[in-house]
Design a protein around this ligand. Structure first.
Ligand code: NOJ
Length: 746
């Protein structure tokens, strides 16, 4: 509730609140006036009209497809229509041609921008910059709401520890704290700190555990214990709801046998009961119907009953509610009060969005908002901050090379650099790295693609190699097409796809400096490619303005500051490998690897620890890692106390110095380990981060505050609390560096 004060929607509602001094209630910030409107409307509705509100359909292009259903009051929401003319017509049908005139809630997957496309969410997480992420979400809301879209199915808050899972691109990576900060930022951005007609309801998804799909295969089962859910997977959702998120989507997966859309424990008990969520719960696309495939229900009637009784308010595309709720209510299988509550949740959101007062948009005005220069500038900044410098032997930033070879399948791939879940971004507006570099270096750039798309196979690269011989530097843009990540696009092999590694090897063999820039939807396993590169810049899919952003980074006009939001594996066989794993009984000590084992060696286990014989225990790059063109030094790290009470703040101070030659930004990270607990605890957990920008030679004393309550966890007794005892704390530029300080909590 802390942040609800920012989230009251519609100027009318804000005004009413100010005049009456009424108290807000619930998580989405509705006041008594809103509640009174909800009750008044609900009191007039027939059972059929109520059930109609609980039905969401996909627009499918032609307004006439659903005109009759809308007139009959059988549609509460549509998704997948963005044409403002059609949206106005849909709204007109609903407002002017239905008995009660209830407007539609128009939804769309606006995941990382509407028209102006920002980096994919995994890239946004690499910025460690919640303020910038909030700005990006605000821009997405400005563009989308101008066309009549008032509901986005974002942010995706699924913690993902397995990069084989294609949807890792859509979230903030593996860490609960980072995900939480990004979740809040996106909710504030979409909905607006101060609400008006540009507020777009956020939908936190997928509730819950979907990112832990077995083997990284989308739609697969998860087996998360209640404690894992509470300690790692639920906190971002809870934080987003505290920040005022108006809606939530149930996920496709079954967790330990229970599909989310019929999971009373997570939806009814935790979300509604413990957190008091009074927003709207929608299913994922036909996830109600998929409960039949799960074998969790016999038919659509059965699953409709299970979903309604679990606390789901709206059915996305199963038509289970529309077809069966009436008879389920008559038979007593679903209580009418359950339907009433669902409709309250839906109406509350519609009222708070101001849809009753403002159902229509100005079609002409909407055009001016799209791709506004300020939006493009913010998208470029986000792309700049999201790129991670993984290797640099000094070749970057480019300095004075007059003949530049640009190559690789992602150098001029205007669609693919936009990334996954990009319905409305138009490739005609994309600026590719090739275009940006040609503009930056007129007459100096030779372009030989080598591979036309990432999956292409080729045996020889004579054309590229001969061009490389005449170049001073080779800029290779590699990675994966956007369709290789995202929903339903999982991979078992995470090496550079097609013949891209072979291309790099051929380039390296020319003896010319090779800079690889990788545009991808996930952390690929690039260990075998590193020796063939003098520098590697990892940008994920950077969006509309990726080209100018990458050109700025390569030339040093902007200094890289992105950090890995996910562990980069050496090989896919290490998955899942994440930094905040539990302390094991045999921590790795860097021992015998495969090559050291004698033939016919006897079985032994004593003294051995947790690792792979062939790949050891460590990743290629740890969580939180990223280089800069300058260097940073941490010194004088100290705590304000040795011992803290449970309600105290821990103040950690240190001096950060820019010891290099150029201005740069360091993402300072604070990690904590609870040394002895009533449960095995993670080896480290991120508890705070901050971007700090310094001039060359500048020192700054930085103090960060961490509430001791941040150390709380759900224990064996089913409660969340801080345990007393000894802790370690690190301040560093990544999760694998720094020397620990100790403190205790009593
Ligand atoms: C299915 C996806 O899982 C979900 O994330 C998305 O919002 C819906 N489809 C609607 O497109």
């Amino acid at each position: 509730m802390n942040c609800i004060k920012y989230l009251s929607l519609s100027a009318v509602v804000v005004l009413a609140l100010a005049c009456t001094g009424q108290k807000k209630a619930g998580t989405i910030g509705a006041d008594e006036t809103v509640e009174a409107r909800v009750e008044a409307l609900l009191g007039k509705m027939t059972l059929a009209e109520k059930i109609g509100q609980m039905n969401q359909v996909s627009a499918g292009g032609d307004v006439s497809n659903y005109a009759d259903a809308i007139r009959k009051g059988q549609v509460g929401s549509i998704l997948n229509e963005v044409d403002p003319v059609k949206i106005n017509e849909f709204q007109r049908l609903s407002v002017e041609e239905t008995r009660l005139g209830i407007p539609l809630l128009v939804g769309r997957d606006v995941i990382h921008g509407f028209h102006t496309i920002f980096p994919i969410p995994l890239g946004l997480a690499a910025t460690f910059d919640p303020a910038l992420v909030e700005e990006g979400a605000r821009i997405a809301a400005l563009e989308a709401t101008a066309q009549g879209v008032r509901w986005t199915f974002s942010p995706m808050l699924d913690i993902a520890r397995d990069p084989r899972w294609g949807r890792i691109a859509e979230g903030s990576g593996e860490d609960t704290y980072l995900d939480t900060r990004m979740a809040e930022a996106m909710v504030y951005g979409y909905q607006g700190r101060k609400a008006d007609t540009t507020s777009m309801a956020a939908c936190v998804k997928h509730f819950v555990g979907y990112g832990a799909a077995e083997g990284g295969r989308d739609y697969n089962s998860t087996f998360l214990t209640e404690r894992q859910l509470r300690n790692f997977y639920l906190p971002p959702f809870e934080a987003a709801i505290k920040a005022g998120a108006m809606t939530l989507m149930t996920s496709f997966n079954d967790n330990d046998g229970v599909p989310s859309t019929g999971n009373t424990f997570v939806v009814k008990d935790i979300l509604r009961g413990e957190w008091g969520f009074d927003g709207l719960v929608v299913t994922d696309w036909n996830s109600m119907g998929e409960m039949i495939n799960h074998g969790f229900g016999e038919d659509r009637k059965d699953v409709a009953e299970k979903a309604a009784n679990a606390g789901v308010d709206m059915d996305m595309m199963t038509y289970g509610f529309l077809s069966h709720l009436e008879e389920l209510v008559r038979s007593g299988a679903v209580k009418e009060k359950t339907i009433d509550n669902a409709v309250r949740n839906i109406l509350r959101v519609k009222i708070m969005l101001g849809l009753f007062e403002h159902p229509y948009v100005d079609v002409e005005a909407a055009k001016a908002v799209q791709y506004a220069p300020t939006h493009l500038a913010a998208a470029q900044k986000a792309a700049e901050e999201s790129a991670i410098l993984l290797k640099n032997n000094g070749i970057l930033p480019l300095k004075g090379q007059s003949r530049i070879l640009v190559t690789g399948p992602m150098a001029d791939a205007p669609w693919d650099q936009l990334g996954t879940w990009c319905f409305d971004g138009q490739k005609e507006h994309t600026i590719t790295p090739l275009k940006a570099l040609q503009e930056r270096f007129p007459g100096q750039v030779t372009y030989v693609p080598g591979l036309r798309f990432s999956r292409e196979k080729r045996d020889r690269f004579d054309d590229v190699v001969s061009a490389a011989r005449g170049a001073d530097v080779i800029l290779a843009f590699l990675g994966e097409e956007s369709i290789l990540s995202g929903e339903a696009h999982c991979l078992a092999d995470l090496n550079l796809i097609g013949s891209q590694s072979e291309l790099l090897a051929a380039l390296k063999a020319t003896g010319k400096p090779v800079v690889a820039t990788i545009l991808a939807g996930r952390p690929l396993t690039i260990e075998r490619d590193l020796p063939n590169c003098d520098a590697v810049l990892y940008s994920f899919h950077p969006g509309t303005m990726g080209g100018p952003a990458l050109a700025n980074l390569l030339t040093g006009e902007v200094n890289p500051s992105g950090k890995t939001p996910i562990t980069f594996l050496r090989t896919v066989g290490q998955a899942p490998l994440y930094y905040n794993h539990n302390m094991t009984g045999r921590p790795y000590q860097g021992e015998t690897l495969l090559a050291d084992i004698d033939l016919e060696a006897g079985q032994t286990s004593l003294g051995n620890t947790s690792y792979y014989l062939d790949y050891g225990a460590y990743p290629l790059f740890p969580f939180g890692y990223g280089l800069s063109y300058t260097t940073f030094e941490y010194s004088n790290v100290s705590l304000d106390k040795k011992e803290y009470g449970k309600e105290d703040q821990i103040a950690v101070s240190f001096t950060l110095a820019n010891t290099g030659e150029c201005r740069g930004t360091e993402v300072v990270q604070v990690y904590v380990r609870d040394l002895v607990g009533s449960l095995t605890r993670p080896v480290k957990e991120l508890k705070c981060f901050e971007r700090v920008e310094l001039n060359p030679g500048e020192n700054r004393i930085v103090t960060l505050q961490i509430p001791v309550q941040e150390l709380a966890f759900w224990g064996l007794d089913g409660t969340k609390k801080v345990e007393t005892g000894e802790f370690q704390l690190w301040v560093a530029g990544d999760s694998a560096s720094g020397e620990p300080l100790t403190f205790s909590v009593k």
